[in-house]
Design a protein around this ligand. Structure first.
Ligand code: ASP
Length: 439
């Protein structure tokens, strides 16, 4: 059994949290391949090391003295090492970084030092081997991963280690040998790459929440974590604005058929959320739905066109107006003499008057309603199950919420509804409550 474990920055923000992570790793001998982020915030108003490193580079770029901020960054690592009595020569490592900066190392190099230093600390602390991503994660100039080379290098590094390995997240190396930084939050990708390369049994992604939540905790009070979610459902929820691990960031494990387990470092006994392609035993889930998510800021354009169905090509002409301006259409609903388009207000705004006048030339009437929110109720168990829209209409009808549009995804994985922005929070709460009442 092999588990690849990735720890986020907030789980590694100070000595105490480092010690907790060590306890988690040592409590399961399968946790032999570790990926770490840079230290995150210790308290609400604190700064993440990665942000400070970007700021430090801005000092260099604009010729402002960087020593103050660099020393602040270094002090975070010194504190962790001293608190835990980690045997590591930090001054020597800092000196090397200083030298590289003096000889012109760029932003990607400097910012990657956040993860690099944390991995060096964690490797010494655990007695695992440090494996530099610069020597193992090969990134092409188009930012794709050179899978073959990367996987081979990681397999080799793991085979050479006695106890286990610690790999810094968030960066790799370009073909010319320079540091290649991934997008923000990229340590999730590093963890997925490592899990796929080593063919791990599971990729554990340790963070500061008890899994993916069924709804936004900023809207619903104490939403429950989702025990099981499929990759397809995860895509739906993140597309609809849920701040969850992005499916694309764990693509390497999805491709390799390895499940992802989101876990909470503050509550290691909690099973968290398991993400997989599908689940054998659907009876395990306590509720019918998997989650609810939504986004504000849409506009509905109602277009009247008599006898629409018979006017061949009319539909296409209207859609072309949007296509020419690069405006993506989120949804289309149609009736006999009218249809409506749902569009992001931000995309539409700059062209609104132009679009309306062009539509008017082709149609019998047009009306725009702004401030619409879109909500998705996501569940893989919706397929062939009657009564779901009934439940939604019933619950919202009783509370006097007007549904502006409703649509079911082709794969019956979600039901999307549109309501006024002013009803957004209340709608999410009503739906959450009605779907989480014990069946
Ligand atoms: N430290 C980086 C960031 O803040 C990468 C990561 O945490 O995954 O985005």
């Amino acid at each position: 059994m092999l588990k690849t474990v990735k720890f986020g920055g907030s789980s590694l923000a100070n000595g105490e949290r480092f010690a907790n992570v060590k306890k988690i790793i040592e409590s399961d001998p399968a946790r032999k391949a570790v990926v770490v982020s840079a230290p995150g915030k210790r308290f609400k108003k604190d700064s993440k090391i990665t942000d400070l490193l970007y700021l430090c580079y801005a000092h260099i770029k604009y010729g402002v003295d960087k020593e103050g901020i660099l020393n602040l960054i270094k002090s975070r690592y010194i504190e962790i090492a001293e608190e835990l009595g980690i045997d590591i020569d930090l001054p020597a490592i800092f000196a090397e970084i200083d030298e590289n900066l003096a000889s012109g190392a760029g932003e990607e190099y400097l910012v990657s030092r956040g993860e690099y230093l944390n991995a060096r600390l964690m490797a010494s602390y655990l007695g695992y081997s440090f494996v530099d991503s610069k020597d193992c994660i090969y990134i092409n100039y188009d930012d794709s991963i050179d899978k073959q080379r990367t996987y081979a290098a990681l397999v080799n590094a793991f085979a050479e280690a006695d106890k286990g390995i610690v790999v810094p997240g968030f960066y790799g190396t370009y073909p010319d040998g320079n540091v290649a930084l991934m997008s923000r939050g990229g340590s999730d990708i590093t963890g997925a790459i490592l899990a796929a390369a080593l063919e791990a049994d599971v990729y554990e992604n340790w963070t500061d929440v008890p899994g993916i939540l069924m709804a936004d905790p900023g809207i619903v009070k104490d939403p429950l974590p989702i025990p099981h979610i499929t990759y397809a459902e995860l895509r739906e929820l993140s597309y609809m604005g849920a701040k969850v691990l992005h499916e694309s960031s764990v693509f390497p494990v999805r491709e390799a058929g390895i499940p992802v387990n989101i876990r909470d470092t503050a509550n290691p006994e909690h099973p968290g959320t398991l993400i997989a392609e599908s689940f054998d035993n659907e009876g395990d889930s306590p509720f019918f739905i998997t989650g609810i998510a939504g986004r504000k800021g849409f506009s509905i354009i109602d277009i009247r066109l008599e006898n629409m169905a018979r006017k061949i090509g009319a539909f296409r002409e209207i859609l072309k107006i949007f296509e020419k301006k690069g405006i993506a259409i989120e949804q289309i609903n149609s009736g006999v003499d009218a249809f409506s388009l749902l569009i992001s207000t931000e995309l539409l705004k700059p062209y609104l008057y132009q679009v309306v006048s062009e539509i008017q030339e082709l149609c019998d009437g047009v009306r725009v309603t702004e401030s619409i929110s879109l909500l998705a109720i996501v569940s893989r168990r919706m397929v062939f199950r009657p009564g779901i829209s009934g439940l939604i209409f019933g619950a919202l009808g009783r509370e006097g919420i007007n549904i502006r549009l409703i649509a079911q995804g082709a794969e019956e994985l979600n039901i999307t509804i549109g309501v006024a922005d002013s009803d957004f929070n209340r709608t999410i709460n009503i739906l959450y409550d009605s779907f989480t009442e014990k069946e």
